[in-house]
Design a protein around this ligand. Structure first.
Ligand SMILES: [Zn+2]
Length: 365
């Protein structure tokens, strides 16, 4: 790690932020909840932020809010998700809330710097609905850091920052102290850089980590984080027979049809299941102890009515080959499946050596 450049904030004159903005920071001293912040300050492509059609996100947001409100130290929240479920939007909103309202230093880590550089203009700025939030932040400067993806939230007592960084090449990442670490698409981040990102929290009293990704490798990456946590599944009760179902586990048997359109039908009695009207239930509540994996959620597209079932069903029908079906299971069902991308294991190499007349040797230890 010695090759990392170490930087400290540039010295500010007292009252610097006041001088630039001519006033106290917009959210100074406010006890604004995350839910109200989402409602008042955030705009999505379809108007003000709302949990409608994305009901499972409500508890995740409430849990994160609770950690911040109570200042619970060292917590981890991991979300193994399907594509387009709205979790990245929620994570970006959390980053803005933590920096603007809670006055925390936040790192939002993405796989590569190109992605990170675009993220600010494509994912963060368009979410800013209120002029109040826009006023609270500006392009940031930190000695030794690329100004790209660095947002500063000035205040008389000192600025706090939101860094959006690519984590594949951390050569550009200075030694930044963080309170909140958000890692998006963790399956694409090199494991040694994940560890580096964790060290950024060492000096923080809060040290909150949020991981989110579409999982691709069973037992690795975000799936491993999910397994280490308390493994929350979205259970939907059947209005007919009362049995609760984890929708993605019943795929494809759960897919039914009604008046020409697809629906999710109870595997027990056939009644139509209301996708969004469920509850989160942990499979491993004991994992919440200190030093354990924390909260973990598995959020498939089936639990999010905002993702049309017609689209999901069409993608399933189009996926004919095992590799395509594996991809579907990862991105729609949030059930990681390596498909044809199974990693080379020692067992496989040994089998190849035994069964084929070739010369494979294990590297000396
Ligand atoms: Zn039923």
């Amino acid at each position: 790690m010695s090759r990392l450049k170490v930087g400290l904030p540039r010295k500010r004159e007292p009252g610097f932020a006041r001088g630039v903005h001519g006033a106290d920071p917009p959210f100074d001293g406010e006890a604004l909840s995350f839910a109200v912040f989402l409602e008042q300050e955030i705009r999505t492509g379809r108007g003000p932020f709302s949990f409608g059609e994305r009901e499972p996100l409500r508890e995740i947001a409430a849990h994160l809010e609770g950690i911040l409100r109570l200042g619970l130290p060292g917590r981890t929240v991991s979300v193994l998700k399907g594509a387009q479920v709205g979790m990245t939007t929620l994570a970006v909103c959390l980053a803005l809330y933590c920096a603007a309202v809670r006055r925390l230093n936040v790192g939002y880590f993405l796989p590569d710097q190109d992605f990170a550089d675009r993220f600010d203009s494509t994912r963060i700025r368009p979410l800013v609905r209120s002029s109040k939030l826009a006023k609270a932040m500006r392009d940031g400067r930190w000695k030794g850091a690329s100004p790209k993806g660095l947002l500063e939230f000035p205040a008389p007592g000192g600025s706090c920052f939101l860094y959006v960084l690519g984590l594949r090449d951390i050569g550009n990442a200075i030694s930044l102290p963080l309170d909140v670490l958000i890692r998006d698409e963790v399956d694409d981040l090199p494991p040694e850089n994940l560890k580096w990102s964790e060290d950024r929290l060492d000096a923080s009293r809060l040290a909150l980590t949020v991981n989110l990704a579409v999982g691709r490798a069973p037992g690795a990456g975000i799936h491993a984080m999910y397994l280490r946590g308390d493994r929350r599944r979205w259970l939907v009760p059947c209005p007919g027979c009362g049995k609760e179902w984890a929708l993605e586990e019943e795929w494809p048997g759960i897919l039914g049809e009604e008046e020409g359109g697809p629906l999710l039908a109870c595997p027990g009695c056939g009644a139509a299941l209301p996708r969004g009207a469920g509850r989160w239930a942990p499979e491993a509540p004991e994992a919440l102890g200190e030093g354990e994996g924390g909260r973990s959620y598995r959020l498939s597209q089936l639990a999010v009515p905002a993702v049309g079932l017609e689209r999901v069903a069409a993608k399933w029908r189009a996926a004919r080959f095992p590799g395509e079906r594996a991809k579907f299971r990862c991105s729609s069902l949030a059930l990681p499946d390596a498909g044809e991308m199974q990693p080379l294991t020692r067992e496989l190499l040994l089998r190849l050596r035994d069964e084929a007349p070739c010369f494979l040797e294990e590297a000396p230890a």
